[in-house]
Design a protein around this ligand. Structure first.
Ligand code: FDA
Ligand code: NAP
Length: 445
């Protein structure tokens, strides 16, 4: 055990051979990094340990293209909305690294993703002693107190290069992130990539061999990849297969943006099902299947410059979906269905990139040991209290919290960065005090 990692509480009994923590975090992306900071800045010391399967903090590295910008204001960082005077804020990072003046001179609320990644690494370096990297959580199982019969702890089963081991926790916070989604029937291979691993695959690809590429999707990932390929591989023809007629803009206007405010989580949570449905219906275009204005304009400029030069390196298949892909001789044969003439045709390319989005975080795979103890709605989704704690049987006295996977109860910001500082604060508060900040504001759990 890394003794630096744990604030020991002498008064608390421990099983002789198993480390027991107040909080175990599963996954160490921005959400649980934000939680580690909230615990660090909290009023009471808690023992906390985070387990991350990657070898270091890596935030969507397969999409970390040089020109890609953040889709959220720098002020919606790991801490500011919870604690505007935090030493972990993006502004503190800029100051610490001597970049505050330059950032301000840019007059841009949206840093590049690379700059934000550098901020995440800077913040992570201050809490790294609480994290075990290269460690995957494979299961969470109940531990029953022999005296009371209550499940007051959880056994967290870990796998790392040394083998399998376990720790125990009074609370776990699951934050394992989005799950890449492929088109139905398509499998990833050397020639068929998902956008989440785009840069890794691109760098591994033999140089000079990329003449024809197809990119499926009309979301931010697809548009950024099309732009990157067009700029980086000067000889390649890039086929953009769009389910829409053209890229549609991500609504980032102020009234719509309020849907990501902390207060909107309360409104969504206590809203009727019709209210929840309406929020999704009206405001899905703030985030899904949409593209930032700047990237759309970049692409259109490139396409129109090409026309002027008498070239056509960017080709758009409109109102089209990919229905199949298979290897034929040296090519990947992509079968495309066009809605315009209801026609299906084949397109031969070197590589197919599926920028086809993600499924929400699904903690069910590691919670199988608690089946029957966790409450679910009619659609089989977990019931989640306002403080992000899973609702369950009366004898479940330990806490299981989710960061992500709460789109049905807490709304659009569930999978995003917008609210992580406040959400982490609410979870930390709930763990430390046993009371929820939302309950204190009068929002029913
Ligand atoms: P995240 O996915 O970042 O981290 C989860 C971590 O858990 C990963 O490091 C993973 O390795 C680990 N893990 C998974 N299973 C594990 C297991 N069993 N054991 C141990 N570790 C495990 N949102 C936004 O608001 N603004 C933005 O600008 C962007 N930009 C953006 C770019 C791209 C390319 C994508 C795909 C998404 C975004 N997002 C976004 C949305 C995105 O969900 C968000 O930025 C964060 O990644 C959410 O942070 P989390 O920590 O919840 O998940
Ligand atoms: P997305 O927004 O869900 O878009 C997926 C796209 O793929 C949609 O246009 C979808 O069309 C299309 N699609 C799915 N199956 C298809 C098929 N068989 N044929 C053709 N098209 C198909 O996913 P994303 O672009 O990866 O974005 C996911 C999240 O990451 C968002 O929150 C986004 O903001 C974020 N992101 C941020 C950045 C950044 O910060 N710079 C970069 C990339 C991504 P339908 O909608 O019709 O199914």
């Amino acid at each position: 055990m890394d003794h630096n990692s744990v604030d020991t509480k002498e008064s608390e009994p421990r099983a002789p051979e198993t480390e027991t923590y107040d909080v175990v975090g599963i996954g160490f992306g921005p959400s649980n990094l934000s939680l580690a900071i909230a615990l660090e800045e909290g009023p009471e010391p808690v023992t906390a340990r985070f387990f991350e399967r990657q070898p270091s903090l890596r935030w969507h590295q397969g999409m970390l293209m040089p020109s890609a910008k953040m889709q959220v204001s720098f002020l919606k960082d790991l801490a500011t909305f919870r604690n505007p005077t935090s030493a972990f804020s993006f502004v503190a990072y800029l100051h610490d690294t001597g970049r505050l003046a330059q950032f301000v001179n840019n007059c841009d609320f949206f840093p590049t993703r690379r700059e934000f990644h550098s901020y995440l690494e800077w913040a992570e370096s201050k809490v790294r002693h609480r994290v075990s990297y290269g460690t995957e959580v494979s299961a969470i199982e109940p531990v029953t107190d022999p005296g009371t019969g209550a499940v007051d702890r959880l056994r967290v089963v870990l796998r790392d290069e040394a083998g399998t081991r376990q720790v125990e926790a009074r609370n776990v916070v699951v934050s394992t992130g989005l799950v890449p989604r492929m088109p139905v029937g398509l499998e990833r291979d050397e020639h068929v990539w998902h956008s989440s691993a785009f840069l890794h695959n691109f760098r591994a690809w033999k140089k000079g061999g990329l003449k024809r590429v197809a990119v499926v999707g009309a979301g931010q990932s697809a548009a950024e990849i099309v732009r990157f390929l067009y700029d980086t591989v000067p000889d390649a023809t890039v086929h953009a297969i769009l389910p829409s007629y053209g890229y549609a803009i991500a609504d980032n206007t102020p009234f719509a943006n309020e849907v990501f405010d902390p207060a909107a989580v309360d409104d969504f949570y206590r809203g009727t099902q019709r209210a929840k449905d309406a929020i999704w219906r009206y405001h899905k275009n703030t985030n899904y299947s949409v593209v930032d204005d700047e990237v759309i304009r970049d692409l259109y400029r490139r396409a129109s410059d090409d026309e002027t030069e008498g070239r056509q390196r960017l080709r758009f298949a409109r109102l089209s979906r990919v229905v199949d892909a298979k290897r034929v001789a040296q090519h990947t044969r992509v079968t495309v269905h066009s809605l315009i003439d209801d026609d299906t045709y084949d397109l031969d390319v070197d590589v197919l990139v599926c920028a086809t989005g993600y499924d929400p975080m699904d903690p069910a795979g590691i919670l199988t040991g608690l089946e029957g103890r966790l409450s679910q709605d009619d659609d089989g989704r977990y019931r989640i209290a306002r403080d992000y704690r899973l609702l369950g049987a009366d004898d479940l006295t330990c806490g299981i919290y989710l960061q992500g996977g709460a789109e049905h109860t807490h709304g659009l910001s569930s999978s995003l960065l917008s609210n992580i500082a406040v959400r982490s604060g609410e979870i930390a508060h709930s763990i430390v005090t046993g009371r929820t900040a939302a309950q204190e504001r009068g929002v029913p759990a």
